[in-house]
Design a protein around this ligand. Sequence first.
Ligand code: HEC
Length: 453
Amino acid sequence: MRQNVFYLLVLAWALGGGAAFAGQISFEREVWPIFRRHCVSCHAEGKAKGGLRMDTASALQKGGETGVLFVAGRPEESLLISQVSGEKPEMPEKEPPLSADKVRILREWIAQGARIDVVPKMVVPVVKVPEVYATAPAVTGVALSPDGTRGVAACRSEVVLFDVDAGKVLKRVPTGMDLVNAVEFSPDGALIAVSGGYPQQWGGVLFLDAVNGAERGLRKVAGDTLFRGKFSPNSSEAAFGGPGGVVYVIPVDAAKPVRSMEIHSDWVMDVAYTPDGKRLVSGSRDKTTKVSSVDDMALLRSVDESSEMIHAVATDGETGVSGGNAKVLAGYDYKLALAGVEVTGSGNGATPVNKKAQYLRAFEGQAEAVMSLAVSGDRKLLAVGTRASEIRVYRLADRGRVSALPKAEAPVLGVALDASGARLLSGSKSGKVQIWDVKEGKLLHTLDPVPVK
Ligand code: HEC
C-alpha cells in the first residue's frame, strides 16, 4: 500500500509540476530580468562591485574577483547561487533576498547549461519625443552659459537650447534618455552635460557641444537614472549623484575611466565641486550632506543630517551649502567642519558630526522646500529655487539677501546663474522657463521651451 502511494506521487510529479520543471529556462525572458532588476545597479560599468559586471554577456562569462560566476550544469558549485541563497543571502546587498522562485529560475538555468542566448540590452524601448506635447513637460533643470547669452532647459526626454537676450528657442535636442534630470554648462562654455537615463534600466551622462547640440559622448554608468551634479572647475569631468548612494565622477574623455564612491545610503540628489576642484559636496535622499575628496574618492565627513531629504547643494571655497524638504538652507564652514580630518588623512567620516554649532552657517529661513541651488561662475552669488513663487539670491560671503524675484512660475525645479550673476534662469514644474535680470529684480522673458497644444 505504502509503495503504491509512492508510485502515485511520482506519477503525479511527472504529469504535473515535474513536466513544467523540465521546461527550458530562457535567459532573455527569465534570467536577465532578474539581473537587470536586482544586480546591475551595482555590477556594471563604473561600479563593478567585487570586480563583477553583469551587464554584458562576456562580463557574465568572465565573473569577478573571486572567479567565475557560474559553472554550467553545476548550480551547487556556482558562486551565483551561493550568493543569492542560504540562511542570509549576501546578494543583492542591502536589499531583500530574491524570491524562492527567482532563485529556482537561476538554479535551473545553470543546471541546464547556463546558456546566454541573447546579449542583454540595457537600452530598452526607443524614446520618442513628441513634435507637440499634449501637456507641457516639467522643466527639471536649467543651465546658463558662463557669458550669459545661451540657456538650456531639460524637458522630459529632450533638452532645449535658447537665446537668452531674445528669449527664443534655438534648437530642440533629443537625448535618448527617457528622463533628463539635469543640465549643466562646462565652465569653459564648450560643453553641456545632460544627466538622467531610463528609470530602472540605466543612468548616465550625455555630453553635447554647447553651440550646436551635437553629441560628444554618452557614458552609461548605473542601473537607474542619475540626478544632479556639476562640471569640475577645469571642465575635464563632471560629478553627478546616482542611485544606491553613489557619486559618479565622469571624465569628458571617453578613454578615461569613470570613478565612483558609495558614500550615501540612498539616492544622491546633487553634487558640487569646490573652486579648487579638490572636494565634492553631496546631498541625498538619506537626509545627509557630505564632503568628500576627489583625488582619492573618499568621504571626508558627514557634515549634517537634516530632518528631511536634501534636494540641492552648492559651494564656494569656504562654505558648502545644502537645502531640501526641511525648508532650511544651511552652510558649513569647511575649515571648522573638516578640522583634523585631512591632517590625519584617516577619513573618519563615519564618526558622529560634532562641533556642528561652531561650523554651521545658517541662512534665513525658507518659506517652502528648497528644490534647486545655483552659484554664479565667480562663486559670489547663490540662487535658491523653492516650491514658492519667490526666487531669492544671496551673497555667499555673508549670507545677506541680494534680491527676491517675485511671481516666478512655481514650483521652481531648476535655477542657474551666469559667471557674474547678472542673469538668472528658472525652470518650473509648470513647463515654463523664465529669464531674469538679477540686479534690477526684473523678469525679462517667459518662454515655452517646447510646443504645447
Ligand atoms: C547594492 C549593491 C549590490 C547589489 C544590488 C548587488 N551586489 Fe553583488 N556585490 C556588491 C558588493 C559591494 C560586492 C563586493 C563585496 C563582497 O564581496 O562582499 C559584491 C560582490 C558580489 C559577488 C562576488 C564577486 C566576486 O567575484 O568576488 C557576486 C557573485 C555578486 N555580488 C552577485 C550579485 C548578484 C547575483 C546580485 C543580484 C541578485 C548582486 N550581486 C547585487 C554589491 C551589490
